[in-house]
Design a protein around this ligand. Structure first.
Ligand SMILES: [Zn+2]
Length: 398
């Protein structure tokens, strides 16, 4: 039984928007035809008010922190935020798994079809293996620059990585956490592992330039990260003093010929983006933005003009519920368009769909409405003049 669905507008993303368009899918939602209403008898069509777009791709999330919703104060900055997460993350297993299931069902309802998800533990793996969504799990490594522990930490997270069975809908990789938390020794263990994977079919994600002290750490070897390590009585001797911004440290170890996904990029400049492009020439580079989490934690946003001017491939993430009010890509799009209104709906929709699908290697099936794909169809209601409004809502229709 085929579905024949029409709406005021269809944004296939891979092609121009179609007014009063019709999408024909098979019973599973595979796209069979994209057309217009006059080719059909009106009675065959299911006509909806709104705009149909492909399913959204959430390229950055920490599902395993979902139970921390509302537990961390807003606007305090990244370092106090991290301390809150560390203090509050360990609770009963059942509370964690219930919160993960709830977060997943919320993501499904608001049109998310694939998630790039950070895991430090195996907590989210049982839910992921129900195959409700596509997942790219980034098992995340860090050693806080304590090189005597690098190998122990490497083995610890390898054990987490081994617990996730790979399927078509569940991919995985080993990734460094952030420049401010990974020693050269641990970075090297990871980059040697990546070098041994010869195909381009792996995504390496890393948190990048989320807060000012992160740049200060590598530019001057001073600032709040040094005080953070000193408070924890940790040695800072292996932190390199580069006289350069934080991304330069990561770039020494990020792998060519792979997909590299830089996450947050709140303070990333045009020069930083150009340097990354230069250094990682043969890799595919993606820049994930999590605007609501940036507002939640740091109360600032990236300057998206830097990404437009350098022709960078931007993707969108929600980050965790510890640092967001919801896990909803439409809400991230609204925030971007509200604060940087020189951007348009079409540009940001591309960030929310096909760019994310490419970043996670799901573009053969997801990310655009094209014949043969099964991208999930989402209806956005209450748009105005081709743009999102405060009242816009997204819901999954297939
Ligand atoms: Zn994160």
């Amino acid at each position: 039984m085929y579905h024949k669905i029409s709406a005021d507008y269809i944004y296939p993303v891979a092609s121009e928007p179609v007014q009063s368009g019709v999408i024909v899918t098979d019973e599973k939602g595979k796209i069979m035809e994209i057309s217009t209403r006059e080719k059909f008898d009106a009675v065959e069509l299911k006509i909806l008010n709104g705009t149909i777009v492909p399913g959204f791709i959430n390229t950055h999330c920490h599902l395993e922190l979902s139970h921390l919703r509302g537990k961390c104060p807003t606007g305090v900055g990244l370092i106090p935020f991290i301390s809150h997460v560390i203090k509050n993350r360990n609770v009963a297993a059942e509370i964690i798994s219930d919160a993960i299931a709830t977060a997943e069902s919320e993501m499904l309802a608001c049109g998310i079809v694939a998630v790039g998800d950070i895991s430090n533990t195996t907590d989210s793996f049982p839910q992921k293996q129900k195959n409700n969504l596509h997942y790219y799990t980034f098992v995340e490594y860090f050693d806080l620059f304590q090189e005597e522990n690098s190998e122990i930490e490497f083995e610890k997270y390898n054990a987490v990585y081994e617990q996730l069975a790979e399927t078509n809908k569940n991919k995985r990789s080993k990734v460094p956490h952030a420049p401010y938390s990974v020693s050269k020794k641990l970075f090297k263990l990871l980059s040697d592992h990546h070098a041994a994977i010869d195909s381009g079919a792996v995504t390496i994600s890393i948190h990048n330039q989320e807060t000012l002290p992160e740049n200060e750490l590598f530019q001057n070897k001073q600032g709040d990260f040094i005080s953070f390590y000193e408070r924890l009585n940790m040695d800072t001797k292996s932190i390199p003093h580069l006289n350069k911004s934080a991304i330069h440290y990561s770039l020494e170890f990020m792998s060519n010929n792979k997909r590299n996904l830089f996450v947050h990029n709140t303070l990333t400049t045009k020069e930083d983006i150009q340097n990354a492009k230069e250094k990682l020439k043969s890799s595919k580079l993606f820049w994930a933005t999590c605007p609501n989490a940036n507002l939640y934690i740091e109360n600032r946003l990236p300057n998206y003009q830097n990404f437009i001017d350098t022709n960078a491939d931007v993707t969108i993430g929600t980050d965790s519920l510890a640092s967001n009010w919801q896990s909803n890509i439409l809400e991230e799009m609204k925030t971007i368009l509200k604060y940087q209104s020189y951007l348009d709906f079409k540009t940001v929709l591309k960030w929310a769909t096909i760019n994310g699908a490419r970043a996670l290697g799901f573009e053969d099936e997801l990310g655009s409405i094209e014949i043969g794909k099964q991208p999930g169809l989402v209806l956005i209601e209450n748009m105005g003049n081709g743009n999102l409004t405060n009242q816009s809502v997204a819901k999954r229709i297939i």
